[in-house]
Design a protein around this ligand. Sequence first.
Ligand SMILES: [Fe+2]
Ligand SMILES: [Fe+2]
Length: 150
Amino acid sequence: MSYWVWDSSLSIGIDVIDGQHRRIVDYINDLHEAHSDHDHDKVTQILMGLVDYTVTHFAFEEDLMTQAGYPLSASHKKVHESFIAHIQNYKKEHEKGQDIARKLMSELQIWLTNHIKNEDRHYVPYANEVLGKKKSWLKKALGSFFGGGK
Ligand SMILES: [Fe+2]
Ligand SMILES: [Fe+2]
């Protein structure tokens, strides 16, 4: 059973961003499964992927906000940075042998839900303008941040 089921209340209405948020939810569900199976190596592997993907998603979002001239870009970026530092700490604790998965999953779920519904949703009107006007930006950004994937 999934730890966290995506529902439409988490959608911000921009497909490319919703897809990335869903991918993070998938990572958390994979982490839950590996942790329930007591598969330490898999937990390590998923944690690395989760941190990496989250960093990339944030960078993508920050570029979109900059392109859009979003007035709160700088403070949104600061929120991302402090959250990354927070999950990097969890990664370090895991490397030291501590079992942090459960705590990390629950904090991530709460943090992401709040962040998506408040800070992310707030940039949507600005982002939609960029996505409508600068169509080449999306293709280029997906290529440079995700290597063409999402
Ligand atoms: Fe986001
Ligand atoms: Fe964000």
